[in-house]
Design a protein around this ligand. Sequence first.
Ligand code: PPE
Length: 318
Amino acid sequence: MQPKIWMNGRLTKWEDAKIHVLSHVVHYGSSVFEGIRCYRTKKGSAILFLKEHVRRLYDSAKIYRMDIPFTQLELREAIVETVMASGLEACYIRPIAFRGEGALGVNPLKSKVEVAVAVWEWGSYLGEDAIEKGVDMRIASWRRIAPNTMPASAKAGGNYLNSSLIKMEAVLDGYSEGIALDMNGLVAEGSGENIFLARDGVIYTPMSAQSLLPGITRNAVIKLAKSLGYEVRETLINRESLYLADEVFATGTAAEITPVRSIDHYKIGTGERGEITKALQDAFYDIVKNGNDKFGWLTFLPEAKTQPSGARKEAVKA
Ligand code: PPE
């Protein structure tokens, strides 16, 4: 049996969570969404960065002048409710707000905003051994959407047409992922991940104004790296810096921290997971696997050993 889907305020059966074919979103990509992970930690199931993801959803909605008919607190509660109802101890969570029925035509303002939350099991994003062995990537021939065309910092459905082109090209050519450059030929991001490199012990990642989604994992990795004593520079990165790096890794909710072992057939460093990448993974997995959450990034579900039952509202308010 598939998990229930929360739609416009209530849980419905998976197969009943439907929309009309003339919904605005189907024609014009007018949705904003999030991807969140719930982990089964040793201290119980916990959602990683619940508040941050919900906030980014509302930021994306604001950019597209969408009024989501629920508060952020209500949506956080809906997410916890959907995860709990699924019975899954670990899952991927997909909240989405979109322009539904109303009027066709480009103007979305006449179409009502609908909201849904779905959950499913989603294992490794870039292949089985990816986290340990790393993946092969290419530089995409497609550029990432430029800042004055579609805002990359909104996680909007339409942006993923660009991501799809990048991804299909990479996969059909035998790579796991494509890295897109921005309009100036500088490194932007993968189709669904942010990109980091390390050289001589310093970590670099493209600046958030650089045609990229300011990833929540990216932000966390920057914090983890600093807490481990590494210098992190958010800067402009040219393509060849990737080839010359000691280490390259990709970050994202789905991808977590995935080493990149080659780009365009250039071996990165030794071609194996690097020391810094491993240190960051260890710090990250200590939080999401062991539940050692010194940063306060996890929202434990009420059943979790560390939380009293009935703590749902308290948990999501925090
Ligand atoms: N850039 C893009 C374009 C992107 O889609 C993601 C997440 C990131 C960066 C990393 O952001 P964050 O998850 O906040 O660290 N991509 C999501 C979607 C993947 C999908 O295939 O759908 C994800 O990782 O959940």
